[in-house]
Ligand binder design. Structure first.
Ligand code: NAG
Ligand code: NAG
Length: 164
């Protein structure tokens, strides 16, 4: 009986927390200043604000290896195995998902080519919800795997994993 009550309590708490968080997000959306100068900057900020909860994150892994080398990509999370995919030279492989409510989403990918192999954290919510919440671009090159910043329009790599 005690246990049952405890469970009932946690369930109610969880529902209240979710409702409270949603109303905070809603309040934050509503309180954004409206624009009347014709630009739509605020609606972009607005989307970013709710993005983590509502919109998908896309991960895109490019094969930019030299000499027409193929790249094999095999990504997994705690509950999803996306299978192995062979990516031709200068092509890309992508997948999308929604960051979980707890913010613990983690996708790791085995990357393999004739010059190297390894398993790398390709999306980790604790690291990446600020780096690339809507699109995370990686480029596999001969000397390593480069992860790009979305805020720099995918032109600046701030993470480089060397091939192991
Ligand atoms: C988000 O990603 C899932 C796959 O994880 C997909 O089924 C769904 O259609 C995507 N939603 C949008 C709006 O693209
Ligand atoms: C971002 O990059 C894309 C293609 O790489 C380009 O078309 C776009 O103009 C760039 N945007 C900005 C704001 O630099």
């Amino acid at each position: 009986m005690k246990l049952f009550e405890k469970r009932g309590f946690s369930l109610i708490s969880l529902i209240l927390i979710i409702m409270f968080s949603s109303s905070l997000i809603e309040a934050a959306r509503v309180n954004l200043p409206s624009t009347n100068d014709g630009n739509n900057k605020n609606s972009i900020d607005d989307e970013k604000l709710v993005g983590v909860f509502v919109f998908n994150t896309t991960v895109q892994i490019f094969n930019n290896l030299d000499n027409q080398n193929q790249l094999t990509v095999h990504c997994k999370s705690a509950d999803v195995d996306l299978g192995a995919h062979v990516v031709a030279n200068n092509q890309d492989y992508e997948f999308e998902f929604r960051i979980n409510f707890a913010g613990t989403t983690l996708y790791f990918c085995g990357l393999t080519w004739v010059g190297g192999t390894g398993s790398y954290d390709i999306f980790k919510a604790s690291r990446d919800s600020s780096r690339c919440a809507s699109k995370c671009v990686w480029r596999a090159r001969n000397d390593g795997i480069y992860g790009y910043l979305e805020s720099k329009n995918q032109t600046v790599a701030d993470i480089i994993y060397k091939w192991s």
